[in-house]
Design a protein around this ligand. Sequence first.
Ligand code: GP9
Ligand code: MN
Length: 625
Amino acid sequence: MKESLKRLLKSYFFFFAVVLTLKFILLRYWLLYDFNPFASFWFEMSLVLIVISMFELIFKRGKLVLYLFLDLLLSSLFVGMLIYERYFGTIPTYYDLSQLNQVGSVNESMWILFEKTDLVFFVDFPILVLLWIFTRKWSYPSIKTSKLAMTGVLVGSLIVTIVNFQMNKDEAVLDNALFAKENGFFQTQFVQYYHENSKSETTLAFTGEEQNVTLKRIQELKGNDYVQMSEHENFGIAKDRNLIVIQIESLQDFVIGKSINGQEITPTINQWLGDSLYFPDVYQQIGSGNTSDAEFLMNTSLYPLGNQATTEQVGGMQLPSLPHMLGDEGYHSVTMHADDVTYWNRDELYPALGFDDYYAKEFYGEKDTIGFGPSDGLFYERSMDALKEISSNHENFYAHVLSLTSHTPFEMPEEKKGLRLPEAYEGTLTGNYMQSVHYADQVLGDFFEDLKEAGLWDNSVIALYGDHSGLHGKLLKSEDQDLLKDFLGERYSLLNRFNIPFIVSVPGEKEVTGVVDHIGGQIDMMPTLLNLLGVEPDTIYFGHNLWHYSENLLGMRYYVPTSSFFNKETFFIAKNSRFDERILDLTSNERIENDFENPSSHFEDERKDILKLLQWSDAYFESLK
Ligand code: GP9
Ligand code: MN
């Protein structure tokens, strides 16, 4: 017995079991701010033990290679998860990790977040080499003992894993990190995978109902009385105009109208605001599909799926969408983006949305590259050429124009830095962000001029919004927080982060100008534009005409736990692995307290309502497949 225990202690099995347990404990501590060795052992090691006991049972030779491979795989995964969390502020799903190999993707900018301390996950490799050099051998448990013991470990671990899964599988994963804290990283992935693949069970709450009845129900949940769009004020004021919708990469609202060192950051936009409708209280609603989710939201007014890019699910679908609805009115619709069209699965998204054509990387070439694509300047020039041609061949067009230059890490070539920044901003993420947004605004101005020159300005509706935040996560150092606080005159909060501008202009129409402080999200953009164009949607949608409705209930998931919401006054952030519920006042940008013990709290009602809206949107999306 003593002998066999000795052999076990000196086995690879034992060595790697201990090392991996320690690594899981560290991961849990760094990622979830939770020190709980038992949870790491119970939830994570139960699965690892299944794998390594099988190594022992199945293989006679070459086990070390298998162990090393597993160790390396997990260690790299852990570092990937940490970097991901520093970048996005949320822990990745199996889906996100499978996307990390995309070319030209965001992961290039993520590597700046690698920290030396991450190397601790690889420290056992040199230790192993040293051990081997000094001892030149490593004993195995004898096959006999090992077989019995390993079978015991295998069966025990299988039972634990299956029991854990059975207990968790019907629980909703409202927040990845919180779920992982309570049930383990692996269980989070299993349960999510299980939910994603048993969607057929989700029922469409409004099957067989008249479209108007459903829209009324949706509107009621948001606190409004439903009014058919054709009865809204200024319905069709821009009838038969072209539609040009510009999505600016990483554009946040806090720079609009602001100056630094006496220079406006976005002078083109600021000047344009005078002739436009400006919605300053609009928030991003993207999930893990980032830019592509913003494209989806804009064109469908449906909720993105959250835990995976919606574009992954749209292959072969025909979505009720802006291009489809405008197509019925005789519009030719195109989308323009200077990246590889396969990135974010856009080659499947665009046909599903019903765009007649797209212009991507091959069209724009690779000259004048900034970051991972041609400069916005070049992009707008080439897009202008295409738009001229499109307008000469079609009576009306809709163009969705997606910029790229102002993407993280916002590093601009010297000659394109147009701002003279105060010393303290130089070289900081905040300073770089301002420079790149300033550039994006400057070339936008050239694009506007070209549209005017080509005679396309006056007969179009021009809209603009930001796809999502640029300043977030641990990319923001404490110096950035200080600079932003100084710049904004208040703490840079999640509200500042998620607030994006939405601007719409109908040149020549004085009616369509002014600041509208109705709270909205990306989901509201399509209906707002359809109202101006005088097209009553012939489908279910979850946003509304922002100009008409003042109450709202907006969901966001992935970047905040599911069931978080915005209403007219507040941003309610549901509990996650680090914080209890947090409520931010939209006006003061300060935290407010809620009586969570009181079940009649209206926040609880709205939390349930937003879950309902999300479930309806998901089920509707599913029913379209
Ligand atoms: C990729 C570009 C940027 O094509 O739109 O995407 P993001 O990293 O912001 O999702
Ligand atoms: Mn983006």
